[in-house]
Design a protein around this ligand. Structure first.
Ligand code: TYM
Length: 332
């Protein structure tokens, strides 16, 4: 089992990233060989500030370590230090079809009405993402629901590349998507996912938020006046309520129905303080570690450098196979 996944180092690590992906990354460290990276090459698909990008890449590395990623057990690195990602992306660009990329919902969302003014990187973004996982012959890719379409594309690219070249260069990666927290929604709008790019900070809980801020955000989260039902089926048509129950379930490692069993008949006046306490108790130790680690930029840099060296070694044979499969005389 080889586990590979990435996170963009823009903005803060929020509860959606944490519950939707990072918690699974941490668990999978015990189950297989893991490579986790900061997707800084992906970040430049939207306008970025150079100083901010390098600072937030280090910060995100600190946040991952604080969350439980152990650089001695998992390879932790930033994509830009391993040129094979960008190289393989180009090799895969001969295989990926315009029509496939045109269907990607993330491109449609992020480009909006400004399709013509969007960067080529934003359009080709999923090809780089395919390279990220195919480079290491990943078998499992732990992600939130929103990345499912990109991983299906990675499988399509791998399959077509293998078929066209008559080789077995790539392994088809399986997305690993948890059940309870696959899609954590905004605290302000139950129809939008919790996201780094939401202009309202009240929409998300950040790893770096202090206890008072977390309690305030939970208290102000949008809900409805009805009491909680006995089962999840009873939350049909109540997306905000469903989201808060899912967050509680994921943070407490309980099944959502078991959470409802405990709170059935109670309103949000009772549920929200319990959720706020639970959130603080889970995030506080993570945020304390984060605040210590983020100061030691030298230590983070050496972790990322060592991780990149290991990742480069792991990816080299696959990149060489891809060059060979295409008949490119790369000298590798
Ligand atoms: P990114 O940086 O947006 O998010 C990192 C991880 O967090 C998950 N996630 C969520 N899960 C549940 N609820 C939410 N509201 C929520 N928001 C984010 C994402 O699904 C993701 O798993 N393109 C990727 C980064 C990437 C990548 C890769 C991932 C680049 N290359 C290769 C896997 C494999 C992204 O922008 O994730």
């Amino acid at each position: 089992m080889r586990v590979v996944s990435g996170i963009q180092p823009t903005g803060n690590l929020h509860l959606g990233n944490y519950l939707g992906a990072i918690v699974n990354w941490v668990k999978m460290q015990d189950e297989g060989e893991c490579l986790f990276f900061l997707a800084d090459l992906h970040a430049i698909s939207l306008p970025t500030d150079a100083a901010e990008l390098s600072a937030s890449t280090r910060e995100m590395a600190a946040a991952l370590i604080a969350s439980g990623i152990d650089p001695d057990r998992a390879v932790l690195f930033n994509q830009a230090r391993v040129p094979a990602h960008a190289e393989l992306q180009w090799l895969l660009s001969g295989t990926a079809r315009m029509g496939w990329l045109n269907r990607m919902t993330q491109f449609k969302e992020k480009s909006g009405k400004n399709r013509e003014g969007s960067s080529i990187a934003l359009f080709a973004y999923p090809v780089l993402q395919a390279a990220d996982v195919l480079l290491y012959r990943a078998t499992h890719v732990p992600v939130g629901e929103d990345q499912k379409q990109h991983l299906e594309l990675a499988r399509d690219i791998a399959e077509k590349f293998n078929f066209d070249t008559g080789t077995e260069t790539f392994i088809l990666p399986e997305p690993y998507i948890g059940k309870t927290a696959a899609r954590i929604m905004s605290l302000r709008d139950g129809s939008a996912k919790m996201s780094k790019s939401d202009p309202s900070d009240m929409s998300r809980i950040n790893l770096a938020d202090d206890a008072d801020t977390i309690a305030k955000k939970v208290r102000k989260a949008r809900t409805d006046p009805d009491p909680l039902p006995e089962t999840m089926d009873g939350l049909e048509g109540r997306p905000e309520a469903r989201n808060l129950v899912a967050i509680y379930a994921a943070l407490s490692n309980m099944a959502p129905d078991a959470v409802l069993n405990e709170f059935a008949g109670k309103g949000f006046g009772d549920f929200k303080p319990a959720l706020a306490d639970l959130t603080v108790s889970v995030l506080e130790p993570v945020s304390e570690r984060f605040n210590m680690l983020r100061k030691d930029t030298t230590a983070i840099d050496s972790i990322l450098e060592a991780g990149a060296e290991k990742a480069a070694v792991a990816g080299a044979p696959v990149l060489a196979d891809a060059y060979r499969a295409l008949g490119l005389l790369s000298g590798r």
